[in-house]
Design a protein around this ligand. Structure first.
Ligand SMILES: Nc1ncnc2c1ncn2[C@@H]1O[C@H](COP(=O)(O)OP(=O)(O)O)[C@@H](O)[C@H]1O
Ligand SMILES: C=C(OP(=O)(O)O)C(=O)O
Length: 277
């Protein structure tokens, strides 16, 4: 946002995202037209041949997996929320297992939905926003996520003066320069701009991004004490694990490595594979 840029001195890291513009397949070792290149010395990342917004956040998460262990900090693909008594619950596992959905709980404070650092002192969120899967999203089932996807709200005084200069699916109001929310791969009515969250004709992996402050009970700043409960979200699509189990450490490690998990990740990998073919 422009007002944030005013005090923005040297960036810690710079991402050059060229969207659809492909990488050069004739480059040595390049096997596809998509590449994510990282230079840790120059602190730069170059994204070519993909419009998936997740590349930026996951790219920087990869950087954190390199930097944080050097400082004795664990970077974890996890969500975290906190109860009224300060008890933190950490949910971890692969994509589509419910980290965002289950941590966004009206009765608990949201610390973050996807990427955290766990240090000797605390849990802290790496990001400033959330990234929710929105296939089948309804107001009844997931009201906080639904309400966080804003399309001109009372925070934005010029409801009727929306422009869609970037992409039709970026809900951005240039008059107030307020980032509202961004939807990827969703199907919507071009006239009413009403989104059909049940439509998976583009992909099962539809996503919504929104600032964490749009969740009413977000914990700002996004930090908390050591987790009291650690929950492995198997989301086992193979029907091997019971719905809820209390595991001791070796069992947790065994089931984590066994990888009975959600199908969404498999869809993502399959689509990726088919696109490349
Ligand atoms: N019981 C459940 N718990 C969590 N998510 C569920 C459940 N049933 C269906 N879902 C759906 O699974 C998806 C989980 O996505 P999300 O929470 O964004 O996962 P992650 O953050 O781990 O990638 C959402 O579309 C959610 O609506
Ligand atoms: C961003 C993704 O998943 P998650 O929400 O688990 O990070 C993804 O599937 O690309």
């Amino acid at each position: 946002m422009p007002e944030e840029l005013e005090d923005f001195s040297t960036p810690d890291f710079t991402i050059y995202n060229a969207g659809q513009f492909p990488c050069n397949r004739y480059t040595h070792y390049m096997t596809t037209s998509t590449s994510i290149d990282l230079n840790l010395d120059r602190k730069e990342m170059v994204i070519l041949g993909t419009q998936y917004a997740g590349e930026m956040k996951k790219g920087l998460f990869g950087v954190m997996h390199y930097l944080m262990p050097k400082r004795n900090i664990l970077s974890l693909h996890s969500s975290n929320n906190m109860g009224k008594d300060g008890d933190v619950a950490l949910f971890f596992e692969l994509s589509g297992t419910g980290k965002t959905t289950l941590s966004t709980d009206h009765n608990r404070l949201l610390i973050g939905d996807d990427e955290h650092c766990w240090s000797e002192n605390c849990i802290s969120n790496i990001e400033g926003g959330c990234y929710a899967k929105c296939i089948g999203l309804t107001k009844e089932k997931e009201p906080d996520i639904w309400n966080a996807i804003k399309f001109g709200t009372d925070k934005c005084p010029i409801k009727l003066d929306m422009h869609f200069e970037l992409e039709p699916f970026i809900f951005f109001c240039p008059n107030v320069c307020k980032f509202l929310a961004m939807l990827e791969n969703i199907v919507f009515d071009e006239h009413t701009r009403e989104v059909d969250y049940s439509n998976n004709s583009i992909t099962e992996n539809t996503q919504a991004s929104y600032p964490i402050e749009y969740i009413p009970n977000a914990k700002i700043p996004c930090v908390g004490p050591h987790p009291k409960n650690v929950i492995l979200l198997a989301c086992d699509a193979f029907g091997v694990l019971p719905p809820v189990s209390k595991l001791i450490l070796p069992q947790t490690m065994y089931h984590f490595i066994s990888g009975y998990t959600a199908l969404v990740g498999q869809f993502v990998r399959l689509e990726f594979f088919l696109c490349k073919k």
